[in-house]
Design a protein around this ligand. Structure first.
Ligand code: SF4
Ligand code: SF4
Length: 242
């Protein structure tokens, strides 16, 4: 049986900024409206999201016998004020998949456990599991918002068959009646906790490299897009000690 306290101590030791542990079971459609998003066709050309839908909702289908999802947060610095080079903040640093994966492997080794290390490249939703593990909530712009670093965070998990002595729970979302990210999007791409990627700059500049169609205002971005994040009051409070 793993100790939750020990997992979190070791996660900080290998370089993560925060860690929570969720019990592995299925996400609900309310937590993760994947099926509704696909039904609307808002995944655009992200055809891979239509595959492994059940697995995306339930990590026990990804790792048979999974008991625990160890969720980790790595914060990154927000963009410099006035920065206008068109590159989103996450892309200004060492390739995050590599950084997060290295730390996940180190954490797994220190815990002496078997498990699958995940960071954006396997059918599990990093942000929804981080929310399940109490590390933040899903904001209207669909990203995880942490109380400490806003959404300036990269995420990764270890899905393991090991049981943990105590599991974290979701915390209440704190968007309340704020609409600032919705209003900041020049393309009206943000629906209720869903993004219509066909209208989203980040989709065209990151995931689905092709010309930005007429009617989508990239606002000068050539890699990613931070506009909805820059509007968020929780991101304005962020101080990163790096
Ligand atoms: S990343 Fe940019 S285009 Fe996409 S939803 Fe946010 S503000 Fe809109
Ligand atoms: S800008 Fe407002 S609505 Fe959007 S994620 Fe931040 S707090 Fe939530």
């Amino acid at each position: 049986m793993l100790s939750s306290t020990e997992i979190k101590r070791l996660a900080l030791e290998v370089g993560f900024d925060a860690c929570g542990v969720a019990e592995a079971d299925a996400l609900t459609d309310e937590e993760y409206p994947l099926r509704q998003w696909l039904a609307k066709g808002w995944n655009g050309g992200l055809g891979y999201m239509e595959r492994n839908v059940d697995m995306r909702m339930d990590p026990r289908l990804l790792v048979p016998g999974a008991r625990s999802v160890i969720c980790c947060v790595s914060a990154y610095p927000p963009p410099e004020p006035g920065c206008t080079d068109g590159v989103a903040a996450y892309a200004r640093h060492r390739e995050y998949h590599q950084v997060v994966k290295e730390m996940l492997f180190a954490l797994k080794a220190r815990l002496g456990i078997e498990g699958k290390c995940c960071c954006d490249t396997v059918p599990i939703s990093d942000k929804h599991w981080a929310a399940r593990a109490g590390l933040g909530w899903i904001g209207r712009h669909t990203l995880l918002v942490t109380p400490q670093w806003g959404s300036w965070v990269n995420l990764g998990e270890v899905v393991t068959n090991e049981e943990c002595d105590a599991y974290d729970k979701s915390i209440a979302g704190r968007c309340t009646d704020c609409q600032l990210c919705v209003e900041a999007c020049p393309n009206h791409a943000i629906g209720e906790k869903m993004i219509d990627v066909r209208r989203c700059t980040a989709y065209y500049t990151t995931h689905h490299r092709r010309d930005i169609p007429p009617g989508v205002d990239a606002h000068g971005y050539t890699l990613g897009c931070d506009l909805c994040q820059l509007a968020c009051p929780f991101n304005k409070m962020t101080v990163i000690n790096q």
